[in-house]
Each structure stands twice: as C-alpha cells, then as structure tokens.
Design a protein around this ligand. Structure first.
Ligand code: HSE
Length: 306
C-alpha cells in the first residue's frame, strides 16, 4: 500500500464529569487526510484546506506524530500529508486530536499495523503535547478506539471501551469563537476539596453504570461537572441558556465539549436530539456570534479508511 485516505472524527472529551478521563467519537463530523509514501524519508505537509495551520512539520501535530512514528519504527519511507479540515481548531471538538490520531492510524496502516491501539494513542498524545502542552488522551483515544472511552489510568496508560446504548445521540453547538485548550486548562483548579471529588467520581461511576445498563435517567443524572464547567463556562457566551433549553426540551444532560466553546447534549433518540438542536439554535440566533450545530450518532468505529 502506497497511499491511504482516512476519516478522523471529531470527539467530545470529558463528557461533563470525566475531565481528561472520558470521551466519545462523533459519527458524522471529522477531517479527511491523505498520506502518500515517498522515497525521501522526510515528512512533508503539501496541502491544508479548511483551517489556517502551519505547514512546518515540527509545528503541525500531524507532522509531529508522523515524524515520530517513522523514526520509532525505523521506516524506510517518507510521507506526503494532505489535510482537509472540516471543523476548526479551538472548537472543543478535538481538532488537534483528529489530526494526531488520524495520522497515527494512517501511518500504522502503512506500516502494516505494527502498533496496537494503545501504542497509537501514545503516539497521538505527543501530537496533543505539540498542540497544547499536555499529553491528554481523552480525545485521541476516542478517535482511535471509537465509541465511548474511559482513560482509566495515564501511567501506565489504560484505555477502556465502554458500551453505549445504540440510540444515544449527541447534539452539538459550536460558537465560532476560538478557545485555546492551553488557556482553558489554566482556569481548571489544580486542587479540589474532598466533597467535590466525591461528587465528581460518584457521577463518573453513575455515568459508566448508566451507559452499561442503558439507564437513560441515570446517564442524565450523572452528566454533572463540578470541576471544569463552573470555571470554564464564563468563557462561553450563553452557556447556561443553551444547557437549560437543551434539558428543557428533553436532553438527558448537557455540558462543555472538551475545553469549549462547543457545548454538547445527549438525548435518548434522534427526534429529541433534533429538538435540542432547534432549541440551541434559538438561543444563539440573535447573539451576533456565528455558530454551527450538529446532530450525530456516536461513532462505533472512530477513524476509518475511506
Ligand atoms: N480534557 C481536555 C480538556 C480536552 O478539557 O482540557 C481538551 O483537549
């Protein structure tokens, strides 16, 4: 195989109570990337459409991950990379993660699947370091494993796939303001008190249990974030209004997608998810802020070959 084209999904990290520890992949929204083997042993980014990102390999997360993997594997080829972004960096939908994990997956395919999903996640996390300074796994693991994932441990890295009800649907609103993950991480407290920690990990347990048992009410009750959301929501115009209307028309719960500004809601069927989209739209339409909305199943496969 000399060339591969992949779809790498947008992802919702944290999922309210699971800061840096949970995420899921979207079915419909994502980037496309084309990787072509070359004889030079160099990595070149020859095309970027849809976003203003650096072509310099060491500044672009795709370039960083590709170079690292070619070096680690002692590959006898170089790569030409083309990136077609369908959602913007700084959206809270895992834009850098889509590039990093799409690259890890594609390079691995060109290396005849030398590496496991866990190893691909570790490579892709180095792309996250390049993007925001932190080796975060929640977005990249969701893209690589697909579905809903739990980062049970960072050291050693342990990713657990969590089964989800098939009719669980996400609605997203993406206000077109950019929030840099690096900045959004600075407002999350470095320490929390024990009572807050107890409530947070109890909700993580509740959410995981609700996903396993397809108990939609329990899922909804558990979509509570006492750690990141109270501190980050001030960065997102109309956050409380969007969350309130989403829940009032039937969403199980809503919260900040990753580091924002996107806001996600989960619903137990497509009809409700579409009502939630209309409700979110109503809040934003006179705001003077551009925005996009999406309704999507949770992607079972994550990254896929096109
Ligand atoms: N868990 C990360 C955060 C996701 O909330 O900062 C952003 O990449």
């Amino acid at each position: 195989m000399n060339q591969i084209k992949v779809f790498s999904p947008a992802t919702v990290a944290n999922v309210s109570c699971g800061y840096d520890a949970m995420g899921f992949a979207l079915e419909t929204l994502g980037d496309e990337m084309i990787f072509t083997k070359t004889n030079t042993k160099e990595v070149v980014i020859s095309k970027i459409e849809g976003a203003n990102l650096p072509y310099e390999v060491h500044k672009n997360v795709a370039g960083v991950v590709a170079k690292l993997m070619l070096k680690e594997s002692n590959a006898n080829f170089g790569l030409d990379i083309q990136i077609f972004k369908n959602f913007k960096p700084g959206s809270g939908l895992g834009s850098s993660a889509a590039s990093a994990s799409g690259t890890a997956f594609a390079v691995n395919t060109l290396l005849n699947n030398k590496y496991s999903n866990l190893e691909l996640t570790q490579f892709a996390m180095q792309g996250e370091v390049a993007a925001c300074g932190s080796a975060i796994a929640d977005n990249v693991a969701a893209a690589i494993y697909g579905g809903f994932i739990l980062v049970r441990s960072y050291e050693p890295l342990d990713i657990v796939s969590i089964p989800i009800p098939t009719n669980l649907i996400a609605t997203i609103i993406h206000p077109q303001i950019e929030i840099k993950t690096e900045d959004a991480r600075k407002v999350v407290p470095k320490q929390i008190d024990t009572n807050t920690a107890i409530a947070q990990w109890a909700n993580v347990g509740g959410l995981i249990s609700g996903l396993y048992s397809k108990d939609f009410d329990l899922i909804g009750r558990s979509l509570v974030d006492l750690v990141a959301e109270p501190n980050r929501k001030a960065l997102i115009p109309l956050f409380d209004d969007v969350k309130h209307v989403a829940i009032s028309v039937g969403a199980l719960g809503a919260g900040i997608s990753g580091s924002g500004p996107s806001i996600f809601a989960l619903s137990k069927n497509l009809e409700t998810a579409k009502k939630v989209e209309v409700a979110m739209d109503t809040v934003y339409k006179n705001s003077g802020i551009d925005y996009s909305t999406y309704v999507s199943h949770i992607s079972k496969t994550g990254i896929r070959i096109l």
